[in-house]
Every structure is written in C-alpha cells, then in structure tokens.
Design a protein around this ligand. Structure first.
Ligand code: UD1
Length: 493
C-alpha cells in the first residue's frame, strides 16, 4: 500500500468548455488502488469551500484524512469480498421499501390499537425506528418480515439523541409524536453524508398547523395546544416534509390542503396506510393532498410496498454483468423513469403489472444526459448505480444530480477502479467503456455503497468493500440476494 495522505492529483491546466473550471489529473491512486489518469474537476474556481464530493483540491486534502479515518475505523470490521465478472441473473422478489416502512413506523405512534405490518425489510434503519418506538413507551415485535407495533403504552416525547444520530430521517417522528402528545423534542442530526439536509420545510409546515417549534442549538422542541388544518404550499416537494405534515395533519382539527407535495410512491404508501387506520386523505400521488382531520386512528394490518431502489440496484447489477433478471412483485410503475433509461442504454425489458424481465444482448450504450428529479423524475437514490452502468457502457453518460449536493462520494472509488469520470459541480460526465479493476473500496453512504458493490460485480478481479453499516441501512442482506442471483460475494471479517 502506498503512503497515506500523499497528494493524489496534479493540476492539469486545461480549462473546461466554459473556461472557468480547472481540471485535475489523478496520479497513481492512493490506498492500494490503481491510478488511472482520469480527470476530475473542482466545482467553482477560486472557491474556498470544499465540493463535498471528495473530488476537489480541498476535499482531497480533507478527504485523504477522512479516508484514513474510514480506513482506520474499517480495520477489522466486516466487508464484502466480491469476485467480479459473474453474470447476475435469475428471478428474485424485492424486499419491502425502506423509505416506506420508516414513515409508516412513525405513523404507528398515532394509532390507538396494534398495527401489524408485513413485508418489513430487516434493515438497521428499521431497527432504529423500532428502538425509537420502544423508547417512547410503545411495544414492538419483529419476526421474519412482520412487525407488530402497539402504541397504547406511549408515554415519552423525547426522542433519544443517540437514535436520532443513527438515522437522520428520524425527524419524521416529530410530526407524529407532537401530534399525539402535544409536545416532542429531538436533536437535529445536522449535515450528513448527502449534504446539509435542512428541515426548514418540515418546520414551516408543522408551524402552519399550529405547532410551536423552538430551535435551541442542535435541539428542536415542539409544543401545541391543539393542531388545526391549514393551507400549506411547499416550495419544493420534500419527501420528509410532506410526510411530517401528513402525520401532524391527519388528527388535526379541520381541513388541510398541502400544495407542492412530494409525489413519491412511498408518500402514496403512507397515505394508503393512514387511510386504512381511519385517516381521511385524498390526492396522494398528485401535487395537492387534501386531509380532513379525524379524532383518532386505529391499528390495522398493512403490507409495505416493494423497494423501488433495491429493484433498480438489482437491475443495474444485472445490466453491468450482462445478466438476465426477472424481478417479481416489484411495482414497475414506481421505477418507470429508471426503466426508460435502461431501455435507452440498450436493455431489453418486458414490463408486466407487477414484474419486470430484463436482459441485455450486446453491450450497454451511454445514457446521454440524465437529471435526477423528484418523482416521477429519475430518482436521486438510483443515481449512484446509474453512474456504474455508465462506466460499463460504450459512450457517454452525463449525470446531473439536482436533489442532494454531496451525492458523488462513490466516484473517486470508481475512478480508482479505472473509470473515466469528469465531475463539474453537480454534473458527472462518465466516459464509459474502460474496464474496471477490483480493489479496496469504502462505502461512504448508503446508495454510493450499493453502487460500489455493483461496480465490484462488474470488475475484473477481487474487491473488498468496507463501510457495510451504510449498506445495511437500506438493503436487507444484499450479499444473500446477490449470491442467490449468481454473484460471488460474501460478508467476511
Ligand atoms: C427522502 C428519502 C431519500 C431520498 C429523498 C429524495 C427517506 C427516508 N429518504 O429523503 O432516500 O433520496 O427523499 O427522494 O424517505 N430540503 C430542504 N428543506 C427541507 C427538506 C428538504 O431544503 O426542509 C431539501 C434537501 O436538502 C434536499 C431536497 O430538499 O436537497 C430533497 O429532500 P427530501 O425530499 O426532503 O428528502 P428526504 O425526505 O430527506
């Protein structure tokens, strides 16, 4: 292994097409990965701010330290050992959706009788949500893929800091806990691996419903004397804010009209669940949701929708390895934009009401320009796996990340594997077709981690992927699913 903290790029004086952005050329890769001669770019000329993606000069200086830290922390920790170049194919049923089960678990706080959930994915984030429920006095049981939550013993309104820090999306408990108890407090997890992730829209919506929210340092304290319906317009269709507002509005006094709401399938799933519990909601899946408050919600039995991002990840794995895959019970309409990009890249798809068959004869072709966007646009969560598909494709793929500012953290690892990628601010230009070589890789966020696994499956040789705690947040035993589809992957220490 080469010396740590060495300088990994030398300035490359050519300017980008707009003449503003200096390029950097990677020298031999650090951390035991091959150097590639690929260019990367700093986002803003003269900026003193790091780009946050580990790609600019400042980030690389800090990123090296961060990487050393990650490497040190990873020492002795479990990793995936992957031998690449095996076709991923066969038939598989995806698990329940992480982004659906989390708000639904938060919604259980509002129910005065037990909730029985099916198709619950066994994820570390699910575990954190259940521990939050336990800490609030609710009881829960989890067996196989079913969970039972009984909120009749609910007695605590402070959400423990350590649990909030384990799962940044725990802010969705704010709406339900405060709505049920008249008060709630939790700490703000602060900036995270994807960027700043402010909660101003959550707070704006909750305040409009009558919540009094004080921000003290890193803490949020919410109280109210009774919530009332309101007309709320979100300037951006935030998924989390839409969920928080829904959870607070379902038992508020009167009618709420939420305009500019997120339209994600997980919002629809949450509304279907709430309706089964007695809530009065219409319009979910459209930009305007109407809610008429009811006095109470009761428990129900509910099956969580399939995870569309797991579906996209598995399709991506099959595509980069030239496999033939059938996804059963996967809600194809929830991944329409991903499927249309797959078609554009040359994948042959048969799309049925609840399943998808995919195969690739020949080679993937570059996707051209793809921008992430709120649903029904291309999902930001599927962007990292798309970048790997772009690496495997002949031709160019331009990925514009429009939702989160720091979602390219997996790219330096792809570059070290041999990929040819230029990054300029929120755009990654992938010059596909260069062979990827296996190496030691570090997941720094959930979807980026899954992208590294995808790349390792397509790479020549063996890879070790550390940072499994990120991947385990959102994929139930990914190695087991992939092994069942022909991958040579194992979790080792
Ligand atoms: C959810 C998903 C996440 C997905 C994202 C976008 C869960 C648990 N997570 O995250 O996997 O990538 O939707 O589809 O469901 N924003 C603000 N102010 C706010 C709230 C959001 O500026 O109050 C910004 C965010 O910084 C981000 C953008 O809006 O740039 C989208 O965020 P949002 O839709 O809220 O995503 P999450 O709910 O955090």
């Amino acid at each position: 292994m080469q010396a740590k903290n060495e300088r990994i790029g030398e300035e490359y004086t050519t300017l980008s097409s707009d003449g503003r952005v200096p390029f950097y050329r990677f020298g031999p890769g650090p951390f035991g990965l091959p150097g590639t001669g690929t260019r990367t770019v700093v986002p803003e000329q003269g900026s003193s701010e790091p780009c946050g993606n580990g790609l600019c000069d400042i980030c690389r200086a800090q990123g090296c330290r961060e990487r050393q830290k990650i490497e040190a922390q990873s020492d002795g920790s479990p990793c995936f050992k992957v031998s690449g170049m095996r076709r991923i194919g066969g038939r598989v049923r995806v698990h329940g959706a992480k982004n659906s089960v989390l708000p639904i678990l938060a919604a259980c706080v509002l129910c005065d009788s037990p909730v029985h959930l099916k198709r619950v994915p066994r994820l570390s984030d699910t575990g954190v949500s259940l521990r939050i429920l336990d800490s609030l006095g609710c009881t829960s049981a989890f067996s196989g893929s079913e969970a039972l939550v009984d909120a009749s013993g609910f007695c605590e309104t402070r959400i423990p800091d350590r649990l909030v820090r384990e799962m940044r999306s725990s802010v969705i408990f704010l709406g339900s806990v405060a709505a049920r108890a008249g008060e709630a407090s939790l700490c703000l997890p602060g900036g995270c691996e994807l960027g700043a992730r402010p909660v101003d829209l959550h707070l704006m919506g909750l305040r409009a419903l009558g919540m009094n929210i004080r921000e003290r340092g890193e803490k949020l304290y919410a109280t109210h004397e009774g919530l009332h319906g309101a007309e709320i317009t979100l300037p951006f269709p935030s998924v989390g804010a839409t969920e928080n507002i829904l959870l607070a509005a379902v038992c508020a006094d009167g009618k709420t009209v939420l305009r500019g709401a997120a339209r994600e399938p997980e919002i629809v799933d949450l509304c279907l669940f709430l309706r089964k519990c007695g809530a009065r909601i219409v319009g979910e899946g459209s930009p305007t949701i109407y809610i008429e408050g009811v006095s109470r919600l009761h428990g129900t039995e509910y099956t969580i929708m399939p995870d569309r991002i797991e579906a996209a990840t598995l399709l991506g794995c099959a595509a980069v390895t030239g496999g033939k895959l059938e996804l059963e019970d996967c809600a194809p309409e929830s991944i329409g934009s991903f499927l249309s990009i797959m078609r554009r890249m040359g994948c042959e798809l048969e799309i049925y009401r609840s399943s998808v068959k995919m195969q690739l004869s020949g080679r993937l072709t570059g996707a051209g320009i793809v921008e992430t966007a709120p649903f029904p646009g291309f999902p930001t969560d599927a962007q990292p796996v798309l970048t790997v598909m772009g690496c495997a494709a002949g031709g160019e793929t331009r990925v514009r990340e429009k939702i989160f500012e720091s979602r390219f953290k997996h790219l330096p690892d792809l570059v070290r594997m041999g990929a040819d990628i230029d990054v300029c601010g929120s755009e990654a230009v992938i010059h596909g077709g260069r062979p990827l070589m296996g190496g030691t890789l570090y997941a720094r966020d959930l979807r980026g981690g899954a992208a590294l696994v995808t790349a390792a499956l397509a790479a020549n040789g063996e890879s070790r992927i550390y940072g499994l705690s990120h991947i385990d947040r959102g994929y139930e035993r990914l190695e087991k699913t992939l092994s069942s589809l022909g991958a040579d992957i194992a979790r080792i220490r």
